[in-house]
Design a protein around this ligand. Structure first.
Ligand code: ATP
Ligand code: MG
Length: 245
């Protein structure tokens, strides 16, 4: 099953989520970070006097999430959400900034493999939004692997040949998130970008993937999904590489 949602080449970057949904999405991202903090504090509580490096990672993950919660809460308290200003940032650096939180969110039964050594894959977006996208995808992968598995997050540059006689090839920064979880049927895969669609009866809001898609389209990029029941799922975001002035 393959799906593709393109915002590339469009001046408006795709239709934005309605105002009430962007608020709900913020609240949803806050909840992801709160889960991280709760999990970190649980580890600290269990190993109070340990010198284990995982305790230090847990504490720094919790502290990092608290800073992000404060920023998200500030946006949420604004009457109207003002779009955070985009900056030129490296996806690889965002990945390393959020690595502790990813490990805490997925737990010890999921092996996390982060491959993001290409510092030249720079994009224009808001760093906190990009981190939330990565965390959203990691949490989905965790939910798909209740008995553990492998989460692979990669970033790399991709050159895509454009069609047309004088069209120049275009450079994309790719962010690919793969898991070895239960996968999705074609029927489910065709609905996952619809707001509020969820198969997680009580704890799912159905806002994770719609907000990831919204982020990709606003950044002028695209999102692809590949999934196979019993094998796993891969989500691929392509974002335009930031021009160096
Ligand atoms: N990696 C994955 N593997 C299998 N199914 C997935 C994966 N990611 C998403 N899904 C499916 O897509 C649905 C929608 O995902 P989405 O992230 O939008 O919402 P959610 O995870 O259900 O709730 P939340 O709002 O908390 O994110 C999920 O309920 C699940 O059925
Ligand atoms: Mg989700």
């Amino acid at each position: 099953m393959q799906l593709n949602e393109h915002g590339a080449g469009r001046a408006d970057g795709g239709a934005p989520l309605p105002q009430n949904l962007t608020r709900a999405t913020l609240s949803h991202d806050l909840q992801n970070h709160l889960q991280v903090v709760a999990s970190a504090l649980h580890i600290v509580e269990q190993r109070m006097f340990s010198t284990d490096p995982s305790v230090r990672a847990a504490i720094s993950g919790a502290a990092g999430s608290l800073v992000r919660i404060a920023t998200l809460a500030r946006h949420l308290s604004e009457e109207r959400r003002t779009a955070p200003p985009p900056r030129t940032i490296s996806i690889a650096m965002s990945l390393s900034a959020i690595a502790d939180q990813i490990a805490l969110a997925v737990g010890p039964s999921v092996r996390v493999d982060i491959r993001g050594d290409d510092l030249s894959a720079e994009v224009r977006c808001n760093a906190l939004e990009l981190e939330n996208v990565i965390l959203n995808l990691a949490v989905n992968a965790r939910d798909a692997m209740p008995r553990g598995g492998r989460l692979t997050i990669e970033t790399y540059r991709e050159l895509q040949c454009a069609s047309g006689r004088n069209a120049l090839p275009r450079s994309w920064a790719a962010l690919r998130v793969s898991d070895t979880g239960g996968g999705m049927s074609p029927e489910i895969a065709s609905r996952v970008f619809t707001p509020y669609f969820t198969t997680k009866s009580r704890q799912g809001a159905g806002l994770g993937l719609p907000s990831v898609r919204d982020f990709a389209l606003r950044a002028g990029g695209s999102i692809d999904l590949q999934s196979k029941v019993g094998v796993g799922t891969t989500i691929l975001l392509r974002l335009p590489v930031a021009e160096r002035n």
